[in-house]
Design a protein around this ligand. Structure first.
Ligand code: SF4
Length: 185
């Protein structure tokens, strides 16, 4: 994968690198065809942010397009409070804190830092059960930062034609399964 990587693709890549190809192929237009109800709910959780309706307060940045030059990542800030320095990524329901979730907030963190903002704290917020999870800053979690950087490198060197998914459970739960020839049938 050359050039810019979308922040949302970090999570997709960890789920399955081939899913990014299908997402690019079908885009959002075929969402109703491919997304399960659960996934549509997850997307809806972000619609308030994407429509920039979350807050009109000046101290809150949300749905702001950002680009992180250091890692070549682009995407949107979910929620950043300029006054408190707290960066929050909201998910519909968080049952497990996947590395992909952490990478998404790391990407936002690095983009904000490049813009000159001071991020003091990172939170993941689970909307349906109102739970908040504090995530260590990248500078305080060397292992996770290394994983983040390795994932970006892996994304840049990924070749779809050489890939085969080895976890059948992933394919079973994947919306692209009917169209995909990289999975286990
Ligand atoms: S069907 Fe399997 S291999 Fe294909 S995109 Fe989905 S998880 Fe990946």
């Amino acid at each position: 994968m050359q050039g810019e990587i979308l922040i949302t693709q970090l999570n997709d890549f960890i789920f399955c690198p081939a899913s990014i190809y299908f997402h690019n192929l079908y885009g959002n237009t075929d969402r109703m065809l491919f997304q399960s109800k659960k996934q549509i709910n997850g997307t809806a959780a972000h619609e308030k942010v994407d429509n920039n309706t979350y807050s009109s307060k000046k101290c809150i940045l949300s749905a702001i397009d950002v680009y992180c030059e250091k890692y070549g990542l682009s995407g949107k800030i979910d929620l950043y409070n300029v006054d408190t320095g707290v960066l929050t990524e909201r998910k519909r329901t968080i049952k497990t804190i996947y590395d992909g979730y952490i990478f998404q907030v790391y990407a936002q963190y690095f983009a904000l830092i490049e813009l000159g903002y001071h991020v003091k704290k990172i939170n993941l917020y689970s909307m349906t059960d109102n739970k908040k999870y504090n995530i260590k800053l990248p500078g305080d979690d060397e292992e996770m930062l290394n994983k983040f950087e390795q994932t970006i490198q892996d994304m840049r060197s990924f070749r779809l034609e050489q890939f085969e998914q080895s976890n059948p459970l992933k394919c079973k739960n994947c919306i692209y399964e009917p169209a995909c020839d990289r999975g286990i049938k």
